[in-house]
Design a protein around this ligand. Structure first.
Ligand code: ZN
Length: 506
């Protein structure tokens, strides 16, 4: 009885956060610009309500009763896992004073305007004071949350629980060691031609084809839809309504296609969560206050990167699906064979902008941001010295000179919204995708499916090992159950080396 009342209370927290997500989806797809100010207030109100509902005396009373009632059940069972997660989340939020949360949100909303203008003018100086304040507030936040070694660990906790500055060092070192020589070898080779992708491709047909591929990979459009936006994202309002967005550029066709496959991977994670977890803490991020079933941002990114890169950018995928693409765009792809298309959509070109980077150089953009954020938070790097430190790392990792701050340190939206600690999940997602794909393709059904354009066995393997569990297990527990190991870059490095050696003849 007590446990059910407690679960219903947690369902209400989930409802509030889902309502907030719908307002966010609307703001990013449909809302006219005039709605921005009042919408920001509506979102802030719902976040506060959800947090207050979570930490309220009534919730704690219900939690205590639920704990007492479930005390004799197995410690790793669903009931006690949920109780433990809710207790941890309540303690987490009570450690952070409401005034600090409010202040950071306020600086975040002012910061976005200042950043947008600073970026347009390529003027770091005008953004520096806001950034200084953001760093100070995040340091205070880290002190409240608590950490063992590095204050940045406390900030990463919300996005990638368990990951630390120390644990990332060997991972990053292995990636540098594996990828820098490969990147150098590629730089000495002739790049594949890509000019044909820059021809105009009709927007409606691009969307139609992208959605067709998304469905083929398992995206259920009875519980989802695809819309246009400026910055693509996936968002779910329970597993029964999981939406994706993409942007369409009629002069660079891969953007919408691979963007859609990426968001499809995110969507599958949400759509195939165990239905029994709907409205429970196992489908709610109670630390980050976000209604989501994925266990960490890195785990979520593993699914998007897996379906985008390991499936969507593979030679096998295009050997089976290129005919249909060429049928859709007969003029644009005239005279272009499968091999030429596949090589073109995998071209490596070190660039200055993270969101436009290719599969091979992406991790360098992530590493430099994580290293810089950690240094800003522990004070070993000061805000005025930031552009210089940024440019030096871009030179070191990508061999490029940064001509101005707009193309350098001002390019990401993250810091302007008050957020620090989110970047590592992109690389963790890549590494985890490599590991999961290698494990999945040991299964004959999965391999045969991929060889016959039948993606159901792969989706089912991911559902069995990842999707259905929601937030029940930690990221490393999931990896261990699915692959026999915790996070390990070996498979990912092997995948990149094999693929790019093939494409570039190294
Ligand atoms: Zn993603």
């Amino acid at each position: 009885m007590g446990y059910n009342a407690f679960l219903e209370r947690m369902g209400e927290v989930n409802d509030l956060l889902n309502a907030e997500s719908i307002l966010k989806w609307d703001a990013r797809t449909m809302m006219p610009p005039g709605g921005a100010d009042t919408r920001a207030k509506q979102l802030a109100t719902l976040t506060v309500l959800a947090r207050d509902h979570l930490v309220a005396d009534e919730t704690r009373r219900l939690l205590e009763r639920a704990e007492a009632e479930t005390a004799s059940l197995p410690a790793d069972g669903v009931e006690r896992t949920i109780c433990a997660q809710v207790r941890e989340a309540i303690e987490y939020h009570l450690r952070i004073p409401a005034a600090l949360v409010h202040k950071r949100a306020e600086v975040g909303s002012i910061g976005q305007h200042i950043w947008a203008k600073a970026r347009a003018d390529s003027d770091f100086g005008s953004f520096a004071p806001v950034l200084e304040e953001t760093i100070t507030l995040n340091r205070e936040m880290a002190e409240c949350i608590g950490y063992e070694e590095h204050p940045y660990d406390a900030l990463m906790y919300r996005f990638e629980p368990g990951e630390t500055v120390r644990s990332l060092q060997p991972l990053f070192a292995a990636l540098r060691e594996g990828l820098l020589p490969l990147l150098k070898a590629i730089g000495e080779k002739e790049p594949p031609p890509v000019g044909f992708l820059e021809r105009p491709f009709p927007v409606a047909s691009q969307l139609e084809f992208a959605l067709k591929m998304a469905r083929k990979l398992g995206y259920d459009t009875d519980r989802g839809r695809l819309d246009l936006t400026v910055h693509p994202f996936e968002v779910s309002f329970t597993r029964n309504d999981v939406r994706i967005t993409t942007r369409v550029n009629d002069e660079w066709m891969p953007k919408s296609l691979f963007g859609t496959l990426h968001e499809t991977g995110h969507a599958l994670y949400e759509q195939y969560c165990d239905p029994a977890y709907t409205r429970t803490p196992l489908a709610t991020d109670l630390i980050g206050l976000y209604a989501v079933g994925g266990v960490s941002f890195g785990a979520h990114e593993s699914q998007s990167r897996l379906f985008e890169n390991h499936v969507g950018r593979s030679r096998e995928f295009w050997e089976l699906n290129y005919g249909e693409l060429r049928g859709t765009f007969p003029e644009q792809l005239e005279g272009i064979d499968t091999e030429t298309f596949w090589r073109a959509v995998n071209r490596v070109q070190p660039g200055l902008i993270r969101v436009e980077s290719d599969e091979l150089t992406y991790d360098f953009h992530v590493m430099l941001r994580v290293e810089i954020e950690a240094a800003l938070i522990d004070g070993s790097l000061s805000v005025p010295d930031l552009p210089e430190a940024w440019n030096a790392k871009v030179e070191e990792y990508l061999g490029l000179e940064v001509p101005n701050d707009r193309l350098g340190v001002l390019q990401d939206v993250h810091w302007s919204s008050g957020q620090v600690g989110t970047f590592c999940n992109y690389t963790i997602g890549n590494v985890m995708a490599g590991q999961l794909f290698a494990a999945a393709t040991k299964d004959d059904r999965v391999r045969n499916g991929l060889a016959n354009a039948d993606y159901l066995p792969l989706r089912e393997w991911m559902t069995e090992h990842i999707h259905r569990h929601g937030r029940r297990y930690s990221r490393d527990q999931l990896l261990e159950m699915a692959t026999g190991r915790t996070l390990d870059p070996t498979d990912y490095l092997e995948h990149l080396t094999r693929k790019y050696s093939d494409i570039y003849g190294i």
